[in-house]
Design a protein. Structure first.
Length: 350
C-alpha cells in the first residue's frame, strides 16, 4: 500500500482488550478506525462514543467485513470465535491482528494458517511479550553470544484473579475460552520459543486448586516441562489465584550468562560468584518488569499494534505470524494431551 495513506481498520470485539486495541489504532498516525462490531451493539456504540472516533457500528462482523473501505481488522472477540472470524477476514482480503489464542482446537488453527496463506494477507498474533524491553534486551545478548548456549529457560504466569470476578463466567468455560494454558501460558511458551526455537517434547501436570464463585472447568494451576530442538530444557508455570501481584517472569541460563528478569550475570563480570559479590550484575530498570497495566513500558499492546500497522504499510514479514502462532498453540495442545494421557507428547507440526 501507499505508505502515505492511512491503514483503515475494523475492530471486531469491544471487550476489555478490544477497547485497548481500538484506542491504540486511533493513536497511530498511520491508521484510522472506521468500523466496529460487537454482538451487543450498545457496547460498541459506548466504546465509539468514549473513544471520540467516528467509526460506524455494526452488530455483526460479517457486515463489517463486507465493507470495501477496510484494509485490516483487529480480532478481539471471545477465544472460540477467533478461527471463524480470522478465516472470514482472510477470505475478505483483510490483513489481521489476531488476539491470542489463534483458536481453541488445533484443527481450527490449521484452518486459520491455510486461509491466511491462500489469501496472501498479513496476520500478526497478539503475543505481545516479545516486544517488551526485557525480552528485547535478552534477545540482543543471545544474538551477541553473551549468554553462550542456552541450557535452561523458565517462565511463570502467576496472576491473582479473585474468585468472584465476572471474568470466570467466560474464561473458565472450555467451550468459550479454551483453557488458561492457551490464554495465559501461551504467552510464556511463545516467549521461550522466541529465545530457543521450536519445542520437540512436552510434559504437563495440571489441576484445579482455588475455590471460586464460578469454578473453572479446566485448570488454574499447571507445570509444563519442555525440550527444545537446540537441546535446551524449559519449564513454564501457571497459577491463577496466588496471593501476590501479577507475576510474569522469565529466566535464561546459558553457558556464559544468566538473565533473571531485570538482573543479568555474565562471565565477563569479575567475582560474581564470590561471597559478597552476588549483586555484581547488570540491573535493568524496574519499570521493565511486567505489571499488566496498559500504558506501562513493560506492557506492549500498543507496540504490537504499531508493529502490525508497519508490517502492512511497509510490506514486511509479520513479526509473529500464523506459523509461529500455530507452533505456540501446538505446544499448548501437547501440554493438555500430556496431562490427560500422563506421558510425554511431541507437538504437532504443520
Amino acid at each position: 500500500m501507499d505508505t502515505q495513506e492511512k491503514l483503515r481498520f475494523g475492530l471486531i470485539g469491544t471487550g476489555w482488550i478490544g477497547q485497548h486495541h481500538g484506542m491504540n489504532v486511533i493513536a497511530n498516525k498511520h491508521a484510522e478506525l472506521v468500523a466496529v462490531s460487537n454482538p451487543t451493539e450498545a457496547k460498541a456504540k459506548a466504546f465509539v462514543q468514549r473513544s471520540g472516533s467516528k467509526a460506524t457500528v455494526h452488530k455483526s462482523y460479517e457486515e463489517l467485513l463486507k465493507r470495501e473501505d477496510i484494509d485490516a481488522v483487529v480480532i478481539a472477540s471471545p477465544n472460540a470465535a477467533h478461527a471463524e472470524q480470522a478465516v472470514a477476514s482472510a477470505e475478505a482480503g483483510k490483513h489481521i491482528y489476531l488476539e491470542k489464542p489463534m483458536a481453541i482446537t488445533l484443527e481450527d488453527c490449521r484452518r486459520v494458517v491455510k486461509a491466511v496463506q491462500m489469501a496472501k494477507v498479513k496476520c500478526d498474533m497478539g503475543y505481545h511479550r516479545r516486544l517488551s524491553p526485557l525480552p528485547q534486551y535478552a534477545k540482543g545478548l543471545i544474538k551477541d553470544g553473551k549468554l553462550g548456549d542456552l541450557v535452561l529457560v523458565e517462565s511463570d504466569y502467576f496472576h491473582h484473579v479473585p474468585g468472584d470476578w465476572d471474568i470466570w463466567a467466560w474464561s473458565g468455560k472450555k467451550a468459550i475460552a479454551g483453557t488458561p494454558i492457551h490464554g495465559g501460558t501461551g504467552h510464556n511458551i511463545d516467549l521461550l520459543r522466541y529465545f530457543c526455537g521450536e519445542v520437540t517434547e512436552v510434559t504437563c501436570f495440571r489441576d484445579i486448586k482455588m475455590p471460586r464463585k464460578i469454578q473453572t472447568e479446566t485448570e488454574d494451576i499447571a507445570i509444563i516441562n519442555l525440550r527444545f530442538e537446540n537441546g535446551a530444557m524449559g519449564r513454564v508455570g501457571l497459577f491463577l489465584g496466588p496471593i501476590l501481584p501479577f507475576h510474569f517472569t522469565f529466566r535464561l541460563f546459558g553457558t556464559r550468562g544468566t538473565v533473571d528478569n531485570n538482573r543479568v550475570w555474565l562471565d565477563t563480570i569479575p567475582r560474581f560468584y564470590d561471597f559478597g559479590h552476588e549483586q555484581d550484575c547488570i540491573r535493568l530498570p524496574d519499570s521493565w518488569v511486567w505489571d499488566n497495566v496498559q500504558g506501562g513500558v513493560s506492557e506492549t499492546w500498543k507496540a504490537c499494534i504499531d508493529t502490525f500497522i508497519d508490517d502492512v504499510r511497509l510490506d514486511r514479514k509479520p513479526f509473529n505470524d500464523t506459523v509461529s502462532g500455530f507452533n505456540t498453540a501446538a505446544v499448548c495442545f501437547a501440554a493438555l494431551q500430556s496431562a490427560a494421557d500422563k506421558k510425554t507428547v511431541k507437538p504437532e507440526k504443520l
